[in-house]
Design a binder for this molecule. Sequence first.
Ligand code: ATP
Ligand code: MG
Length: 558
Amino acid sequence: MENTGQDFIRSRIEEDNANGRFQGRVQTRFPPEPNGFLHLGHAKSICLNFGIASEYGGKCNLRFDDTNPVREEQAYVDAIREDVKWLGGDWEDRQFYASDYFQKLYDYAEELIRRGKAYVDDLSADEIREYRGTLTEPGRESPFRNRPVEENLDLFRRMRAGEFEEGSKVLRAKIDMAAPNLVMRDPTLYRIRKARHHRTCEDWPIYPMYDYAHCLSDSLEGITHSLCTLEFVNNRELYDWILDALGVYHPQQIEFARLNLEYTVLSKRKLIQLVRDGHVAGWDDPRMPTLSGLRRRGVPPAALREFIRRIGVARADSTVEYALLEHCIREELNAKAPRVMAVLDPVRVIIENYPEDQVEEFEMPYHPEDASFGSRMVPFSRELFIERDDFRLDPPPKYHRLSPGAEVRLRHAYLVTCREAIYDSDGNLLELRCVYDPASRGGQSPDGRKVRGTIHWVSAKHALNALIRNYDKLFSVPDPDRAPEGGSFIDNLNPESLQTGEAWLEPALASLSPGETVQFERLGYYCKDPDSLSDMPVFNRTATLRDTWAKLEKKAGA
Ligand code: ATP
Ligand code: MG
């Protein structure tokens, strides 16, 4: 993972390295909460944290931020590990959990109490909110704020022993109820939660709050630069306060803008809703912006890394154009995907002058520009399928494909001329009767006559039947969160985001493995799905071939 472009975070790190702040060390972490699957937004954070570590000879830890037992699960831990690896993040042997530190965090909390910097409060959650004040009004001090240290220690130990009910007590930092930054008005550090934790089970009836656990986990792991999204700007003051109050090793928190993408929601809460309510087939539905969904769709990890590289990191929120993501996917697949032939909407072609039982094989390269892809043999016979759309009875001007009397090139095979189109009584095209020029083997014109059109084909009796899932954007509007009055983002779902159909494929595709992506020539990029059966492969459309972004870029450059 490399990103040589300079940005404010990298400048900051170079500055720290230059003045020896962390002895030139760079240690980052990627800290997902295991309460959902990773999405494109997380990809930005993964590329940033692992990328920066590798660029500066440092290390990046994977840390599960598992301080909220009610929402977290082992299944999410497993999925996150797989996704980070897939994107290229390598944490080596440094996989940690915030829950690994529960005892240490508890000991630090006792230390804060002993230093007079934390107290046990009996106010209810509602009262605490009420006492907090507002941006324009200072808060009020809790009547329990000035408990003596000994009493606080005793109560906190009894909280830990499980003596009190949920919600009856919390541990709070003793900072300043009039602080202009609301985060600093005696924030809660610990709450009582009698819930089973996916790793520590019933060991702990109290759980640390994110702000408390995060800075101390960073400190314990020797993190140098703790990169997080902008909504934590106000929390940085508390991050710093806790570490200073304890006098422990102090990393630097740096905030950057979240990734927002057109036609996409990137909030775990909303993604959970899509899965739970059956709007998609699961977390890895190829329409989902999750890493597992993108993988199943056929998006190569290198395309996502390039996408993240191109959007860069900034301190101001913005929304990225969907076309840029598609462009990065096409650019990568254009270089990496083998070319094959498939017919999605077939019409039968009979080559009348081709011998009944003859089969010829044509060698075709898998990539037009890269010989290292190798080639395969494609069978040709008297009956073929071509795309229905490659024939017109009344061709418009400049139509170079097939029409009565017109000659076209069957890719890498022969030149054929359409003699007759046969329709049923309802006007449906049944078959095309053609003749071929035996002197045009390989698709060459034997006498220099011009044949403009080249179309793809498959041999009917050799073709593999497949199921096709053509995916489009999951939402039909660029900003799905802007819902009609009284509605929600669900109302903006694109009813046509999935269209299924059948296809006829050249036989070499039988050996493709699930997860492999190819280009169906002239149609798009398709990835073999794990749902495939041995006699009925399933292909997901990864992307169409049309690239609006490349055109826009050209225009902008011209
Ligand atoms: P959500 O708001 O969707 O629940 P989260 O921030 O709570 O996401 P975490 O699992 O806590 O999810 O995130 C792990 C890391 O990924 C954090 O450092 C977080 O800042 C980062 N991250 C999450 N969403 C984005 C995003 N859209 N853009 C960039 N980074 C993100
Ligand atoms: Mg979070």
